[in-house]
Design a binder for this molecule. Structure first.
Ligand code: MNH
Length: 474
């Protein structure tokens, strides 16, 4: 606490070139908004203001202040940006529904058992079948060249479809018994893209584009809902094998607190939510982790040896892979697929010497806070998975690390994403040697990982070569 009384918000530092009415429009990077804000933070400091056409955004970039804004007594999670747009499409999805809506609590309690370690054990076979298909498909890739963006998109969508809903989308391993759901996946992608474009667009262009796209998006939403409604109806009719998956949980269990079951339209919202929230983020994590493996053959060999030493690919072997876990955590620290969290002040707050009135939202920029030298040390920008080794976490007790969010609205899918990523990486590492195609430089590996932003922060599509390992190499 400073002795000075807190300053009003209009005293916040801001970028140069602010103009009346339009605000900071000139200094906004619409394609890389959060990466641009990290650069602004380097000279504006741990908290600064952005003004865009009359709306104010307060960016919190310092680790200390980020931690304060994640305190649940003074602050709460709120939804803004593309998430708010998606609320119009999936009003009762876990991610989009308001905390005060009773459906959030009901859905959260009904679904919690579906994301425990015991549940991961039950999903293992379905997830492993995706790894099988991926490994098999790569064997016939021309010159071993694999587009990682395409591969991870397909793998993460298949994992959630097979483990969550007992469906095959036919994106890997050829079309399955459920036919080809590619059109459904493409409709979902268009909806997401539209939601994110709307947030980043300048008003006039945005309005024209939005109007242009509206018809297509309406058709996509209707078609996606029909697909999910059919999925639910089929399961209800007993036409699909009723396993203990997320769909079974939602159809067959009631909220332990209220005794209520989830209404069908709410179940459909959750199915759509898991498909969307569960795949982009996990694919982004896997793509960045694969990049770091491909540029560091020694790290790759160490982690491969760790998997092989376990002597198998069952649930118990995979879940104990510390080295891969550390790699994933360090990837999430430097490249959080969700680059920031919106938080709203429950009561009047003071943050970094500024008065934040009740109801004011701030954007906690995890992407900056997770690289803050003051808490992560002078080498905070360096990729070093050993930071996450058991004994070493003590070295930075205050280090801000919240890639899965904070509080009751934090990610419900954490264990799912981590187990899935560990399993896929373990299988890939012990089947293939990964490298960058000849001709791609290796001098500045972090600069080579370019990230685009469309709601999530995700590596731009890139290619690796996957060379089959012969027994003597493993
Ligand atoms: Mn996920 C919320 C990150 C994988 C389902 N997720 C969040 C939040 C973050 C997040 C951050 C909180 C956002 C906020 O505060 O506004 N999620 C991730 C990351 C990965 C991820 C980095 C992978 C890596 N998420 C998954 C997977 C699923 C999933 C996999 C489902 C299978 N996530 C959710 C849902 C929510 C959420 C549902 C909303 C939870 C709630 O509000 O109750």
């Amino acid at each position: 606490m400073t002795a000075r009384s807190p300053l009003p918000l209009d005293r916040l530092p801001h970028a140069r070139g602010r103009i009346p009415l339009l605000g900071d429009l000139a200094s906004v990077d619409r394609r890389h908004p959060t990466q641009h804000e990290v650069r602004l933070a380097a000279h504006l400091g741990p908290i600064f203001g952005r003004k865009l056409l009359g709306s104010r955004v307060i960016v919190v970039a310092g680790a200390d202040l980020a931690a304060q804004a994640c305190d649940e007594d003074g602050w709460a999670r709120c939804l803004a940006g593309p998430g708010e747009t998606l609320r119009g499409i999936v009003p009762t999805g876990l991610f989009t529904v308001r905390s005060r809506d009773p459906l959030w609590g009901i859905a959260h309690r009904v679904l919690t058992p579906g994301f425990t370690q015991a549940a991961m054990r039950a999903y293992h076979e379905a997830m492993a079948s995706v790894a099988d298909d991926l490994i098999a498909d790569w064997a016939s890739a021309p010159e071993g060249r694999v587009d990682m963006h395409e591969a991870m998109t397909a793998a993460t969508l298949e994992v959630i479809a097979r483990a969550g809903f007992g469906r095959r989308f036919g994106l890997l391993g050829g079309p399955g018994p459920d036919g080809d759901a590619r059109w459904f996946v493409e409709a979902l992608a268009r909806i997401l893209r539209w939601a994110s474009d709307r947030t980043n667009d300048v008003p006039v262009v945005g309005t024209v584009r939005g109007w242009w796209q509206a018809g297509q998006i309406r058709r996509d939403v209707a078609a996606a809902r029909r697909y999910v409604d059919a999925l639910i109806a089929e399961r209800r009719a007993g036409h699909s094998p009723a396993g203990s998956d997320l769909l079974a949980l939602m159809l067959d269990s009631v909220d332990p607190e209220t005794g209520k079951a989830l209404p069908d339209n709410c179940i459909a919202d959750q199915v759509l939510t898991f498909l969307v929230a569960g795949h982009e983020t996990t694919a982004a994590l896997l793509e960045a982790a694969l990049h770091y493996l491909a540029v560091d053959p020694a790290l790759q060999q160490r982690l491969r040896a760790e998997v092989l030493a376990r002597g198998g690919f069952g649930y118990d072997q995979i879940s104990g892979l510390r080295g891969i876990r550390n790699l994933l955590n360090e990837t999430l620290r430097l490249h959080p697929p969700v680059p920031g969290l919106f938080r709203v002040a429950r009561t009047d707050q003071e943050l970094g010497g500024y008065r934040i009135p009740q109801g004011q939202a701030v954007f906690v920029l995890s992407l900056a806070a997770q690289r803050d030298r003051l808490v992560w040390g002078p080498d905070a920008e360096v990729f070093d998975p050993s930071r996450f080794e058991a004994g070493r976490r003590r070295e930075f007790p205050d280090a801000f690390f919240k890639p899965f969010g904070s509080g009751p609205r934090a990610c419900i899918g954490l264990a799912f994403a981590m187990y899935e990523a560990q399993l896929l990486l373990a299988r890939i590492l012990t089947s293939y040697f990964l490298a960058r195609p000849v001709g791609v430089g290796t001098r500045d590996v972090s600069a080579d990982l370019r990230l685009y932003e469309r709601g999530t922060l995700r590596p731009e599509p890139y290619v690796l070569t996957a060379t089959t390992l012969i027994a003597s190499e493993t």
